[in-house]
Design a protein around this ligand. Structure first.
Ligand SMILES: Cc1cc2nc3c(=O)[nH]c(=O)nc-3n(C[C@H](O)[C@H](O)[C@H](O)COP(=O)(O)O)c2cc1C
Length: 174
C-alpha cells in the first residue's frame, strides 16, 4: 500500500478479533513511530506497549470515549519527555510535544498498511500515570488501540471531511 492510499483509506477501527498481533508486525508498527520527525531530532517520545488484558481493560474503563478499547489486543500509550533536548524557543512552542502526534499517526498508518486496525483512544491522565508509573517528567499524549479488525470497516463517505475550500487559504488567513 502506498502512502497516499494508506492516508486516504485509513479508518478508526473499534472492533477487534481476539487473535494477537504478531511480534514482527508490532515491531514494524513501533519502528514507524521511531522514524517520526521531531524538533532537532530530539525523539522525545516513549511508547508503553500494553498487552496485558487486565491493564488494557483498566485503561479502557477510564476512557470517557474508549470503553470499546477493552477488546483491543494491544494498546500503545505515548508519552513525551518534557525535558526533551530542544532549545528554549522550541520548547516554549511545545514542538517536542507535537512530534509525538507524528509518531502516533505514523504507527496508525503503518498498522493500517499491515492489515491491523487501530483507533486513537484518549485515555485518562491520572489513571494512566498511576497504572503505568509514568515518570513526572513525561506528559501523556494518548494511546493507539490495535488489533485484527473484525466486521466491516466502512470506507470514508464523501462528506466525512470538510471540503478543502473550507480549510485552506493562500497567502493570508482569510
Ligand atoms: C487526538 C485524537 C483523539 C481521539 N480520541 C478518541 C477517543 O477517545 N475515542 C474514539 O473512539 N475515537 C477517538 N479518536 C478518533 C476520532 O474519533 C476519528 O479519528 C474521527 O472520528 C475520524 O474518523 P476516522 O479516523 O475513521 O477517519 C481520536 C482521534 C484523535 C486524532
Amino acid at each position: 500500500m502506498n502512502v497516499l492510499d494508506a492516508i486516504n483509506t485509513r479508518r478508526s477501527v473499534r472492533k477487534w478479533q481476539k487473535r494477537a498481533v504478531a511480534k514482527t508486525t508490532l515491531n514494524k508498527i513501533l519502528n514507524a513511530g521511531r522514524m517520526a520527525p521531531s524538533p532537532l531530532n530530539s525523539q522525545p517520545w516513549h511508547f508503553s506497549v500494553i498487552v496485558d488484558r487486565k491493564m488494557i481493560k483498566t485503561l479502557a474503563a477510564s476512557a470517557q470515549h474508549g470503553a470499546f478499547a477493552q477488546s483491543a489486543t494491544v494498546l500503545i500509550v505515548v508519552t513525551i519527555e518534557q525535558s526533551a533536548k530542544v532549545d528554549t524557543w522550541l520548547h516554549e512552542h511545545d514542538q517536542h510535544i507535537y512530534s509525538g502526534v507524528c509518531a502516533i499517526q505514523n504507527m496508525w498508518l503503518a498498522a493500517w498498511s499491515l492489515g491491523i486496525g487501530g483507533c486513537w483512544i484518549t485515555i485518562d491522565r491520572k489513571a494512566t500515570e498511576k497504572l503505568l508509573g509514568v515518570p513526572r517528567s513525561h506528559v501523556l499524549l494518548g494511546s493507539l488501540a490495535l488489533g485484527h479488525p473484525t466486521g466491516k470497516v466502512h470506507k470514508h463517505l464523501d462528506d466525512d471531511r470538510r471540503p478543502l475550500s473550507d480549510m485552506v487559504t493562500f497567502d493570508s488567513f482569510r
